[in-house]
Design a protein around this ligand. Structure first.
Ligand code: ZN
Length: 72
């Protein structure tokens, strides 16, 4: 039986965060042949804001100079 799915395009950064968490939790079977993720039964929730500064060296595109943790 096949089931139609709608596709919601998100940023590469957002996709990577979700994909990494799902893989780390053992949900490899959710990845479809085209690389998208079938999230049927999985709800998205906003995580609470971090209390302290966050390292953005790998995600801010501007380099460590602009990282709250590593800029000196
Ligand atoms: Zn950093």
């Amino acid at each position: 039986m096949t089931r139609a799915v709608a596709t919601l395009a998100v940023s590469e950064r957002t996709f990577r965060e979700i994909a990494d968490k799902l893989r780390a939790a053992g949900y490899q079977h959710l990845f479809m042949s085209d690389g998208s993720i079938d999230m049927y039964g999985i709800a998205l929730a906003a995580a609470p804001r971090p209390v302290g500064p966050v390292c953005t060296c790998l995600t801010n595109q501007l380099g460590p100079h602009y990282c709250e943790v590593h800029a000196a």
